[in-house]
Ligand binder design. Sequence first.
Ligand code: MRU
Length: 372
Amino acid sequence: MNVHGKHYRTIWLDENNPRQLQIIDQRSLPHRFLIETLHSVDDVIGAIADMHVRGAGLIGTAGGFGVYLACLEAQRKSADLFIESVILDASRLAASRPTAVNLQWAVNRVLDSLKTFIGSPDDFIKTALDTAQAIADEDAEFCRRIGQHGKKLIEDISLKKNGQTVNVLTHCNAGWLAFVDFGTATAPIYAAFEQGIDIHVWVDETRPRNQGASLTAWELGQHGVPYTVVTDNAGGHLMQHGMVDMVITGTDRTTYTGDVANKIGTYLKALAAKDNDIPFYVALPSSTFDWTLRDGIREIPIEQRDGDEVRYIQGLHEGEIKTILLTPIDSRAANYAFDVTPARLISALITERGICSASAEGIFSLYPEKRR
Ligand code: MRU
């Protein structure tokens, strides 16, 4: 995606030093566009846990590149500690955030590519890098395809409305900042916009970290897509008054039965959409399916983050990024980062292979090789 007219991915190998990574530090957006360099596995773990990078596809890709850095670091240790050290770092990377399954998936994919490897340590490291780079390229390409499939849903609504504005509501940020490029929920929006469809996006601010207000709003703006930020509680009202034609969200983990874990508050939007007969779509690449889980509410681990993310809020004041206290100083706060939307509330899933119902039958029809 373009930022100030220049194409960026959200993570890349430093072209001047391929032993380090570069990322867009998302904590400063939308006010500052800062590139951060990650030198070590600990840097990658910190960047994932503290959300310099966030979003399912991006933390997965960061985890994959993290295993490559782990191999570089292991090379400095004695030969008999090499594998042990890589495996230890891989498990620390995989544990740095618990809900998005893409992280464990990507870390395991790089480890698997190394399992049967026979060759020099340099070739071993190159295999880790090639696999991490393949994960990044695949993530971008799968998101592009999600855009092409999802665009048809927007096109249909536009035709039904005789070309009048299609109003899409989205929650959190499942845009290109949450992946390597294009995004999932936003990919159909960008594709429809590029085709000249009249489209407008309601952006949920998404407390506590405000990924909607700060990130989705910023990236839609960079792309020129008309949008309006609304408070998290406004969606039901908008739906009751015919101001939302469809909802598209992303997901951090989806069971093979179609239950979806996404940013906290997604479930309430799905309930409101159901009550108002508004289609509710979830867009995801296959790396977000957890093929081992059946019951999302009981089985998907929900991250609980520091209560200070609820008690404080960050914003720009007189040119400086400031953090201020919202609650009484001694207030306790609970910070559940995700919730689960049951499959029955989801109209369809938009994947890189096409659109299917949120059900085991629908999902396995697109991914027959995963059928058990
Ligand atoms: O906590 P985050 O910002 O990493 O959460 C991820 C999200 O942005 C959302 O849940 C998103 O809709 C799915 S990730 C593509």
